[in-house]
Design a protein around this ligand. Structure first.
Ligand code: NDP
Ligand code: OAA
Length: 259
């Protein structure tokens, strides 16, 4: 029931998508209840087991830490799962196997990144490198575990400054609420250890930006997004929830566009 969860709930409540919001879940049931009461559907606020039991598809939009509980519980119950805290999937390849055994689906929307269709196509052939460069204003990086551990003052920079360079797997540990896009890119592409990421703090920046470059036998592909930070979480760009809403529409519909 954070930024993404509420945006999805509101989209479902508008009635534009043929999907019913069965229930919501939060650590703070009272706070969630206040929000749920504003929806015309008035979904019940349930504990996790109750939510899973009453749903066909569970959408995780919480944290990587919460995903460690939500994913195995949902999949073990044979229910489909959509994951936003995508970095939390990196160290759990067994969840894909569990979904397979339970005949249910694990969905990862593109979220705040663009071009994963092309990356998937490219990876059907030989790909030599995948690199993502993430640029965020200080507010979009503040408080990340890596920033805290390294004692980096993200507000002190006067010009664009690279604060991290490494693999997507390392980045998702150091920046679990900031670069889930690099995990989605890894799954679409060449995996979290070969996918490289640079994270750049942009003083005075107003957009969360991600530049992806893929080089392979197909040639070279680049993508660029300038994502407006959401109103309630500066780390999260608006396309994050719009992408999840679009994926829900496709799941509920008969036609699927793109790859
Ligand atoms: N894939 C992508 O492209 C993107 C992914 N993300 C990721 O998606 C996730 C959600 O993002 P966003 O909505 O912006 O984050 P918010 O911080 O706005 O909301 C997260 C919510 O999760 C709740 N929460 C935390 N722990 C638990 C738990 N154990 N059980 C239930 N609820 C819990 C928090 O509520 P409270 O603290 O009140 O309990 C909070 O309301 C994050 O992990 C974020 O990094 C974000 C942007 C893009
Ligand atoms: O919205 C963004 O820029 C991406 C983001 O927070 C994430 O990937 O975790």
């Amino acid at each position: 029931m954070g930024t993404i969860g509420r945006a999805i709930a509101l989209a479902l409540d508008s009635g534009d998508i043929p999907v019913q919001l069965a229930a919501v879940h939060s650590r703070d049931a009272e706070k969630a209840g206040v929000f749920a009461a504003t929806l015309s559907a008035k979904p019940p606020v349930l504990d996790l087991d109750g939510l899973i039991a009453s749903s066909d598809l569970v959408i995780e939009a919480a944290t990587q830490a919460a995903l460690a509980t939500i994913a195995p519980a949902t999949l073990a119950a044979g229910k489909d799962l959509m994951v936003l805290s995508v970095g939390g999937l990196l160290d759990h390849p067994e969840w894909a196997d569990l979904a397979d055994r339970q005949h249910c689906k694990l969905y990862v929307p593109s979220g705040a990144i663009v071009g994963l269709d092309g990356v998937k196509g490219a990876c059907a052939g030989r790909v030599d490198s995948v690199t993502i460069t993430t640029r965020k204003p200080p507010e979009g990086l503040d408080g990340a575990p890596y920033v805290v551990e390294q004692g980096i003052d993200v507000y002190a920079f006067t010009e664009e400054t690279e604060i991290f360079q490494g693999s997507a797997r390392e980045a998702c540990k150091g920046f679990p609420a900031n670069v889930n896009v690099s995990a989605a890119l890894s799954f679409a592409g060449i995996g979290p250890d070969r996918t490289r990421i640079r994270i750049i703090a942009v003083p005075g920046g107003t957009r969360n930006m991600h530049d992806v470059e893929v080089i392979g036998e197909f040639g070279r592909m680049t993508s660029h997004i300038e994502n407006v930070p959401s109103d309630t979480n500066p780390r999260t760009g608006k396309l994050s929830y719009l992408s999840a809403i679009a994926m829900l529409k496709e799941i509920a519909g008969a036609v699927r566009y793109g790859n």
